[in-house]
Design a protein around this ligand. Structure first.
Ligand code: ADP
Length: 660
C-alpha cells in the first residue's frame, strides 16, 4: 500500500470495523447467530477480507484470533495457517521483544491507537516492512483484544535504505577526495554543508554554518577577494571558482578551492550549489616544485649570464636575462648563432663543426664565439646547449646558457702578448750577450781556422815531396775537415742564439744543453783564468724545454759566476756545474762559484729587472733567466755557499711521458 492510501486509513474506518467485529464476536458465544445480522455483516466481511490492508486480531498473549486473507497472503500464508498460532512467528527473533512491548502498551491503554514501523518475515524468509496501527479493546466478556491494521512500507524502506547508503557513499567519497559540498542562498544567506565541508572548515558537525563565522576562518588577506567574488556571483547569478586560504584553530594554513554553480530557485532568487576541496597537499607539492625549479635557476644564474632557447631551425625563440646583468645582446630573436657571430666567416671549420653537432641533435659544450653586447661593444661569449624533444620524440630545438667571457679571453690575450714580449726581450739580451762574447766567439772560430791553414800548408808540403807522402797528406786533410766542422759548429750555435725568438718546446737531454753552452764560453773562462768542473749525472731522464732559452740561462749564470770571481786572487777561480735527478720527479741543475757571494737579504732583489751592481751591467739577466725557467714550469733560486761564493739552482720538471 502506498503512503497516499495510508492517509485514508483513518480513524473512522478502523472504528467502524472494530465496531462490526465487536458485534460479531460478542454475539457468538451467547446465542446462535441471527440470520439477519449475518446477512448484514457479510458485505463488511468481504471488505475486511479483501481490503488491501492487513488486519490482525490477537489476544492478550499474542495468539492470532483472526487475520484477513489479504494480510495472510502478504506474508505468504493462508489465514487458516496463522489463526490459532502466536503472532510472534511472523516477526524476527530480535524484534519480538519490541512486539511484546507494543502489545503490552496497547493492552495498558485500551481504546488508544498506537503506530510503529517494524519488519515482518514472510513464509519464504523474505522481509516485509510494515507500518502498524494498533489498538486494544475489550470484548463483552471483558477480555482484551488487539486489533492491528498494517500497511506495506517495504518499498519506501528500501528507497530510504538506498538513499542512506548512497549518502554514506557520497560522504565517504567526499572524505577520501577532501572535497565537501555546500549550498547557499544569496537572498536568505542560509548555508548548508556536507560532513566533509564541516571537516575542512573544522567546524563542529551539526552546528549551523553562518557567513560571518565562515569569513572569520578565511585568511584576512584573502577575505576581500572572497567577498568580491561571491558578491559579484550573487548579483549577476554567475558561477564562480576561486582559491583562498583558511587559518585553522592551531594557526596552520589550509588552501581550499571552491567551485559553485549559480541557479535561480522557484521564486527567482539566486542560489548556489558547489564543492570545496582541500588543496593544501597540491599547493605544497607545487611549492616544492617551484623551490626546486628556483634552485636550478639559481645554479644556472650563478654559472651563466643568460639563458636561451632555439627552435627546430636553430633560430632564437627566447632569451632570458638575469636582472643584474646587461650583457645579453638585444634583438637576437629570430636569428641563428652564426647570424650573430662576426667570426662565422673567419673560422668556417669551427662553425661547420658546431652546425654538424646541431644537425645531429647532440649536446654541445663551451663554444666560444664573438658577439656584441647591447651597446654594440664586441664581446666574447661562451655557450653550451642541450637538445629538447617532445613527448613523442620530435626535436623541438635547443636550450642552453651563455656567459660573457670577454674578460677571461682578454686576460689570456694579454698573457700571450706578455709571453711574446718576454721572448723578444730574451732574444735581445741574448744578442747583447753574444756581443759581449764576440772576442770569445771569434777566438773559438779563429782557432780551428788557424789549424785548418796550418794543416793545409802541411798537406801541400807532403804533396810536394818526391814521391809525395800521400798517407801524411790524407791525415792533414782529415784534420782540416775536423777543424772546419768545429768552426762551423760554433757558427751554427751562435746563429741559433742570435736568430730565433719563437719558443720551441722539445724533449731534451739536459747534459747536452750544458755542454753546448759551456763550449760557447770556453774562451771567456780561459781568459779569466776560471776552471770549470762538471759533475753531470749520467743517464738522466729527458726534460721538455726550449734548447736555446735554456742555453741562454746557463750562459748567463756562467758569465755571472766568472764576473763574481774577477776579484778573486787568493784562491783558484773555480766554477762547478752539477746536474742530478731530485727525488721528487724533477731535475736539478746548479752553477756554483767561489766569488764575492751574495747576502741573504738581497737574494730576491737579484731577480728584479734592472737590479745590477756592475758599472756596465743592465740588470736584466737574472730576471729573464727566472721567467724562462718559470715558463718551463720550474724554479730558479740563489743561495750563498757554505764557504765562499754563491750557487744558482734550477729545478725543472721531467718530461711527463718519460716519467709515466
Ligand atoms: P747584471 O749581470 O747585468 O748586473 P744580472 O741580472 O745578471 O744583471 O745580475 C744582477 C746582479 O746580481 C748583479 O749585478 C750582481 O750584483 C748579482 N749577481 C749575479 N750573479 C751573481 C753571482 N754569481 N755572485 C754574486 N752576485 C751575483
Amino acid at each position: 500500500m502506498k503512503s497516499g492510501r495510508a492517509a485514508t486509513f483513518g480513524k473512522s474506518a478502523a472504528q467502524f470495523l472494530v465496531g462490526c467485529v465487536r458485534q460479531v464476536v460478542n454475539a457468538r458465544p451467547r446465542t446462535e447467530p441471527d440470520a439477519g445480522l449475518l446477512e448484514a455483516v457479510k458485505p463488511w466481511q468481504q471488505v475486511f477480507e479483501h481490503n488491501p490492508v492487513m488486519y490482525f486480531m490477537v489476544d492478550r498473549v499474542g495468539t492470532v484470533i483472526n487475520v484477513n486473507s489479504f494480510g495472510a497472503a502478504q506474508l505468504g500464508y493462508t489465514a487458516a495457517e496463522l489463526i490459532g498460532r502466536s503472532v510472534m512467528g511472523v516477526f524476527f527473533e530480535e524484534d519480538r521483544d519490541f512486539v511484546r512491548s507494543c502489545v503490552a502498551l496497547c493492552l495498558k491503554t485500551i481504546d488508544q491507537s498506537h503506530t510503529w514501523e517494524i519488519r515482518k518475515v514472510r513464509k519464504d524468509g523474505s522481509v516485509l516492512w510494515v507500518r502498524e496501527n494498533a489498538k486494544a479493546m475489550l470484548r463483552a466478556d471483558g477480555e482484551p483484544l488487539v486489533l492491528v491494521a498494517c500497511e506495506n512500507i517495504t518499498e519506501r524502506k528500501e528507497a530510504e535504505n538506498a538513499l542512506r547508503q548512497s549518502e554514506a557513499y557520497l560522504a565517504q567519497a567526499q572524505e577520501l577526495s577532501h572535497t565537501g559540498s555546500f549550498g547557499w542562498s544569496a537572498a536568505t544567506r542560509e548555508i548548508t554543508w556536507s560532513k566533509e565541508t564541516y571537516r575542512i572548515f573544522q567546524f563542529e558537525e551539526g552546528t549551523k554554518p553562518e557567513i560571518p563565522r565562515m569569513l572569520e576562518r578565511i585568511h584576512p588577506e584573502d577575505r576581500p577577494a572572497v567577498l568580491r567574488t561571491t558578491g559579484r556571483a550573487a548579483r549577476e547569478c554567475k558561477d564562480y571558482d576561486h582559491e583562498y586560504r583558511l587559518v585553522m584553530g592551531d594557526g596552520s594554513i589550509k588552501y581550499v578551492r571552491a567551485v559553485a554553480r549559480a541557479a535561480r530557485d522557484a521564486s527567482g532568487q539566486v542560489e548556489f550549489v558547489g564543492s570545496v576541496s582541500d588543496i593544501t597537499a597540491t599547493k605544497e607539492a607545487e611549492r616544492r616544485l617551484r623551490d626546486s625549479e628556483q634552485r636550478f635557476r639559481d645554479y644556472a644564474e650563478t654559472a651563466s649570464d643568460w639563458f636561451w632557447e632555439t627552435g627546430p631551425d636553430h633560430r632564437v625563440t627566447q632569451v632570458s636575462e638575469h636582472s643584474d646583468t646587461i650583457t645579453a645582446p638585444a634583438g637576437l630573436i629570430g636569428l641563428t648563432r652564426w647570424d650573430i657571430a662576426p667570426d662565422a666567416a673567419l673560422e668556417p671549420e669551427k662553425w661547420q663543426e658546431h652546425r654538424a653537432a646541431l644537425d645531429a641533435h647532440v649536446p654541445f659544450r663551451d663554444l666560444v664565439y664573438r658577439s656584441r653586447d647591447r651597446n654594440g661593444q664586441p664581446i666574447y661569449v661562451r655557450t653550451s646547449g642541450k637538445p629538447i624533444f617532445g613527448a613523442d620524440g620530435t626535436f623541438l630545438g635547443y636550450r642552453g646558457v651563455c656567459t660573457d667571457v670577454t674578460a677571461a679571453i682578454r686576460a689570456n690575450q694579454a698573457e700571450a702578448a706578455l709571453r711574446k714580449a718576454q721572448a723578444e726581450l730574451a732574444h735581445v739580451t741574448r744578442v747583447t750577450t753574444l756581443g759581449e762574447l764576440t772576442a770569445s766567439i771569434a777566438h773559438e772560430i779563429n782557432q780551428p781556422l788557424a789549424a785548418v791553414i796550418a794543416n793545409a800548408d802541411a798537406c801541400l808540403g807532403w804533396l810536394q815531396r818526391s814521391p809525395p807522402d800521400i798517407k801524411a797528406a790524407r791525415r792533414s786533410v782529415e784534420w782540416i775537415i775536423e777543424d772546419g766542422t768545429r768552426a762551423s759548429d760554433v757558427i751554427r750555435r751562435v746563429r741559433a742564439l742570435a736568430k730565433r725568438t719563437e719558443v720551441e718546446m722539445a724533449p731534451l737531454d739536459l747534459n747536452g744543453v750544458v755542454r753546448e753552452a759551456v763550449a760557447l764560453v770556453q774562451r771567456e773562462m780561459a781568459s779569466h783564468a776560471v776552471s770549470i768542473r762538471m759533475e753531470l749525472s749520467s743517464a738522466l731522464p729527458k726534460i721538455v724545454g726550449d734548447r736555446i732559452q735554456l742555453q741562454q740561462v746557463l750562459i748567463n749564470l756562467i758569465m755571472n759566476g766568472i764576473e763574481a770571481m774577477e776579484s778573486v786572487n787568493d784562491r783558484p777561480r773555480e766554477l762547478a756545474i752539477r746536474s742530478a735527478a731530485s727525488g721528487d720527479g724533477a731535475m736539478l741543475l746548479s752553477v756554483s762559484d767561489c766569488g764575492v757571494g751574495i747576502c741573504e737579504q738581497s737574494i730576491d732583489r737579484l731577480f728584479t729587472p734592472f737590479f745590477t751592481t756592475k758599472s756596465s751591467g743592465m740588470g736584466m739577466g737574472l730576471s729573464i733567466c727566472r721567467s724562462i725557467i718559470e715558463a718551463h714550469g720550474g724554479r730558479l733560486s740563489a743561495a750563498p755557499n757554505q764557504g765562499r761564493g754563491a750557487t744558482f739552482q734550477i729545478t725543472l720538471p721531467l718530461d711527463r711521458e718519460e716519467t709515466s
